[in-house]
Write a protein that binds this ligand. Structure first.
Ligand SMILES: O=C(O)CCC(=O)C(=O)O
Ligand SMILES: [Fe+2]
Length: 299
């Protein structure tokens, strides 16, 4: 199914790339605490679904996986709305194991095939060895632009499923969403051992109410409360250095199938990030792929 291919979407893509990556390629994901690796997902083909002609074997694998995912989703009851949620910081809510393990594995495989089929697995030791010579073109991000309202697409299902989890998103946010679904942008991030993402606040051009699903390896998310407006300004630029004093750090272990949401205070006054290293070792021990769902503000 073609997704996100309207002219309007393309304009959004160009603006957003400019804002996210500037003229240079992205510097937002960190391979260690002092340097960055790049997203090379700046090409249109990474954003659109498989084209009818010129399908590669990966497209076929990908559509087989989609069929399996849809079959399971159709066969399972809607997510119950009385699931337990935890709230480790104001405005940050997490629902554990929102998706069953079979679905999680299929999602991981599908995302890996669709977005990262040419991204070799990187072990921490490879990363240390290659150091500054790391391949700057290594693809570790994919993007989707366009409505995510169709339950029969994998990303559309994720976007709708989280709305059924009571208390995950504030009621007024869910209620005020447009009829074409709550989210219209997804970013897919890949983390191999030794990789992370710096403390940041998501760009202000995204609306409040951000949701993240996790697949593959577990990882520890760091939430950090910012006390001054100056810190907040820095954090909105995807800070390369940790921002804030760190006295109020909240560490949240995120596992496959968990879904979290950030709104209000957690969205605007706390940073979030996955440090590359935790307690002297790699934060992510295997491959982790996340799907972050957001809505672009109307320009
Ligand atoms: O990987 C994640 O769960 C978070 C990604 C993220 O914060 C972002 O892309 O802005
Ligand atoms: Fe983020």
């Amino acid at each position: 199914m073609a997704q996100g291919d309207s002219t309007d979407d393309k304009c959004h893509q160009e603006d957003l790339f400019q804002e996210l990556f500037g003229d240079d390629i992205s510097e937002r994901k960190t391979g260690d605490d002092s340097s960055s690796i790049c997203s090379s997902s700046k090409t249109d083909e990474r954003m659109d679904g498989p084209t009818p002609d010129g399908q590669s074997p990966d497209d076929t694998v990908s559509s087989d996986l989609v069929s399996k995912i849809i079959r399971i989703q159709l066969g399972q009851p809607a997510l119950p709305d009385r699931r337990a949620v935890e709230s480790p910081a104001p405005g940050f809510v997490i629902c554990r194991q929102a998706l069953g393990s079979e679905l999680c594995e299929l999602y991981f495989e599908w995302l890996n095939t669709k977005y990262f089929c040419n991204t070799p697995y990187l072990q921490s030791s490879d990363k240390e060895r290659s150091g500054a010579q790391r391949d700057l073109r290594r693809v570790n991000q994919g993007m989707h632009f366009g409505a995510l309202s169709d339950n029969l697409t994998p990303l559309g299902f994720l976007a709708n499923a989280c709305l059924n989890i009571g208390q995950l998103l504030p009621k007024d946010l869910v209620g005020s969403r447009r009829t074409d679904g709550p989210f219209d942008q997804a970013i897919i991030n890949l983390y191999d051992p030794g990789e992370g993402i710096g403390d940041h606040i998501d760009l202000l051009r995204f609306e409040d109410g951000i949701v993240g699903y996790s697949f593959g390896s577990s990882a520890t998310l760091r939430l950090r409360r910012l006390s001054s407006e100056a810190e907040i300004d820095v954090a909105t630029q995807y800070a390369r250095e940790p921002v804030g004093g760190g006295v109020d750090d909240v560490l949240v272990k995120i596992n496959a199938g968990d879904v979290y949401a950030m709104a209000g205070e957690a969205r605007f006054r706390w940073t979030h990030g996955f440090p590359a290293q935790i307690d002297g070792g790699a934060n992510v021990r295997g491959r982790r792929i996340s799907v972050t769902l957001r809505r672009l503000q109307i320009a």
